[in-house]
Design a protein around this ligand. Structure first.
Ligand code: ZN
Length: 228
């Protein structure tokens, strides 16, 4: 068994996605050293923080949390981009589980009934084979012991944003997400999950789509990283 494992490691070296160093058998995707040094977002409260304020520009969401700072020049961005572009769906699940552990003390899990990932359109999902936000949501759902539901969809054909004026652009953006929440889930507390939060527009528009379908829903947000 060990010989097989050694052989597998020679043929398929397991390396840390951040520093590219060889992983110990008990390490997965990231080495202990890089995990310790993760540029964590200093989250003191889920009721008021910078990522949450960004989303407030777009939608009335309640609680918010994130795990770490996203910087293109930092090798830590691979924790997100490898899920999105390199087919590492399991890394997304691991990140979700890890985040659930890291933010457990803030009590977000106690404030949500279900988790909904920010959707990608069908073409993207077909190309990639999965939706990266859904992978994070699955890991988070396991860690928080909450169901993950895909009640939110993204429409396929979207007019190029750059060709539209500002008002049309906002209408276009809010119209591209559509929620269909079953009666049994109406009025529940929903945790919307995405990979990176930048302006907050995407997750904000998703929250608006959920509220349009269920005005009594209470929406909170979580993203693995914050590019603020
Ligand atoms: Zn490392």
């Amino acid at each position: 068994m060990n010989i097989l494992k050694d052989l597998y490691n020679i043929l398929m070296p397991r390396i840390c996605v951040v520093c590219r160093g060889t992983l110990e058998p008990d390490e997965h995707f990231i080495c202990t050293n890089c995990a310790i040094q993760l540029p964590r977002y200093p989250l003191k409260s889920i009721e008021d923080n910078e990522p949450l304020r960004k989303v407030w520009n777009f939608a009335p969401v309640q609680y918010g949390a994130t795990l770490f700072y996203y910087r293109q020049q930092s090798d830590y961005h691979h924790l997100v981009t490898n899920v999105k572009y390199k087919g590492q769906s399991d890394l997304g699940i691991m990140m979700g589980k890890w985040a659930a552990l890291e933010i457990a003390h803030l009590g977000l899990a106690g404030k949500v009934d279900l988790i909904i990932p920010v959707p990608t359109d069908k073409n993207r999902k077909r190309e990639r084979g999965y939706n990266q936000a859904e992978m994070i949501a699955i890991g988070l759902g396991e860690g928080m012991d909450k169901p993950v539901k895909t009640f939110l969809k993204k429409k396929n054909a979207v007019a190029s944003q750059t060709k539209l004026d500002k008002t049309a652009r906002i209408e276009n953006a809010t119209g591209i997400y559509q929620a269909k929440i079953p009666e049994a889930y109406k009025g529940k507390s929903i945790l919307l999950v995405d990979d990176v939060l930048t302006t907050g527009a995407t997750i904000g528009n998703c929250a608006l789509a959920l509220l349009a379908d269920d005005p009594l829903a209470k929406i909170s947000i979580f993203t693995i990283a914050y590019a603020g």
